[in-house]
Design a protein. Structure first.
Length: 151
C-alpha cells in the first residue's frame, strides 16, 4: 500500500539512494539534492515527503510554500525511483500529496514547473488534473507551468 511519510534520521539513508533513469536526470535533482533543498528552503516551510510502498522507499517529493504571486504550494521536486516507474506509483503518490495539501487549506492551489521534454512527467501531472497556466518563466523557457486548483 502506497503512503507518504516524513523523512527523518531513521530513514534518511534509505531514501538518499533513490534515482531516476539516466535520461531523466536533467529534469530534477538527485535524491540527496532534494533532501538538501528541503533543509535549505526550511524558511519557506519546505518539506521533503517520502513515498513508500509497503514500507519500501519508492520516491520523494519536495513541497514548499510560495507566498508571492501566485500564492500556492510549490511542488519543487517529485521523483519515483527508476525501479518503480511505470507501476502507477507516480499518479497515486501525486494524488496523495494533493489530498494532504488540500486538507491543510493554506492555499487553494499547487503549482509545478515541468520541462517540456519530460513527456512522462507532464502526462502524470495532467492525469491528476494539473492545467497549463500559459505562463512562460524567462529563467526557464523550456518549462511548462502547471496549476492544480483544489475543489
Amino acid at each position: 500500500m502506497l503512503k507518504l511519510i516524513d523523512i527523518d534520521e531513521g530513514n534518511f539513508f534509505a531514501f538518499r539512494g533513490l534515482s531516476v533513469l539516466p535520461e531523466q536526470e536533467g529534469f530534477l535533482d538527485s535524491a540527496v539534492g532534494i533532501l538538501a533543498r528541503g533543509y535549505l528552503y526550511r524558511d519557506c516551510r519546505a518539506r521533503v515527503i517520502g513515498i513508500v510502498n509497503d514500507d519500501i522507499p519508492v520516491g520523494l517529493a519536495l513541497v514548499k510554500d510560495m507566498d508571492e504571486e501566485p500564492t500556492c504550494y510549490d511542488l519543487q521536486q517529485f521523483m519515483i525511483d527508476a525501479r518503480y516507474q511505470g507501476k502507477g506509483f507516480g499518479t497515486e503518490a501525486l494524488r496523495l500529496i494533493l489530498s494532504m495539501l488540500q486538507a491543510e487549506r493554506k492555499y487553494d492551489c499547487a503549482e509545478v514547473c515541468v520541462k517540456k521534454a519530460g513527456a512522462a512527467a507532464l502526462h502524470v501531472y495532467e492525469t491528476v488534473g494539473f492545467i497549463d497556466t500559459g505562463y512562460i518563466d524567462a529563467d526557464a523557457p523550456d518549462c511548462v507551468n502547471l496549476m492544480f486548483r483544489f475543489k
